[in-house]
Design a protein around this ligand. Structure first.
Ligand code: FMN
Length: 192
């Protein structure tokens, strides 16, 4: 059985278009292979931005090799995932702070990557990371700072392929929004 990690940075999940799209993708993936899915709902995780105290405590644990501490749980979980789906609405040119705080919890040298003489080497098992986002306006995936950040992190962590599944223009009044969303969902199987 493979591990599917679903990192959910959506809010108002009952109405979130990003969450809807991501759940459709996760359901498709689950139908395509033997996956054990773990969904991490970031707004329920209680994660906090790193401070002097928490960063120094974490660094001391890492220096002693105490990676069993709960502070490393998200990093360990990310390293063991075979496929990762990240769902984040497009906010202020990138992703919500909730996802940045999660990334701070995951980016641990010694767990998801290691430094060597020739620079960092990724330690994550995942071969694919899907970044799912929806946007109120129109912007190319390449200019979405959230996707750009996740693409670079994927390289650092050793994840071969980072794909963006996106939908633009959702806050522009239109009569056909529902059919546009359904169209993107219908096209998902071709993008796995
Ligand atoms: C705090 C906040 C910031 C946003 N920033 C942008 C932005 O910079 N550009 C944009 O096109 N849309 C922006 N939007 C609109 C969202 O991208 C859009 O409504 C998106 O579809 C929300 O996804 P959701 O339905 O999953 O919540 C913003 C929305 C919020 C609530």
């Amino acid at each position: 059985m493979k591990n599917l990690l679903f990192v959910n940075a959506c809010v108002n999940r009952g109405t979130s278009r990003t969450y809807r799209l991501a759940r459709e993708l996760v359901a498709l993936l689950e139908g395509s292979d033997d996956f054990d899915t773990r969904e991490v709902t970031l707004e329920e995780e209680g994660l906090q931005p790193l401070t002097s105290v928490t960063l120094n405590r974490r660094a001391a644990l890492a220096a002693d090799g105490v990676f069993s501490d709960p502070v490393f749980r998200h990093a360990r979980q990310a390293r063991e995932a075979d496929v990762i789906v990240m769902a984040a609405p497009y906010w202020d040119m990138g992703f919500p702070a909730l996802l940045k705080v999660y990334i701070e919890a995951v980016s641990i040298p010694g767990i998801v990557y290691r430094y060597g003489e020739k620079g960092p080497t990724g330690l994550c098992r995942a071969t694919k990371l899907y970044y799912v986002t929806t946007r109120g306006g129109f912007i190319d995936d390449a200019r979405d700072l959230g996707f750009a950040t996740v693409t670079e992190l994927g390289k650092l962590y050793g994840i071969k392929e980072v794909k963006c599944i996106s939908l633009n223009g959702l806050d522009i009044p239109a009569d056909n929004l529902e059919s546009v969303i359904r169209g993107v969902i219908a096209g998902l199987p071709a993008r796995l």
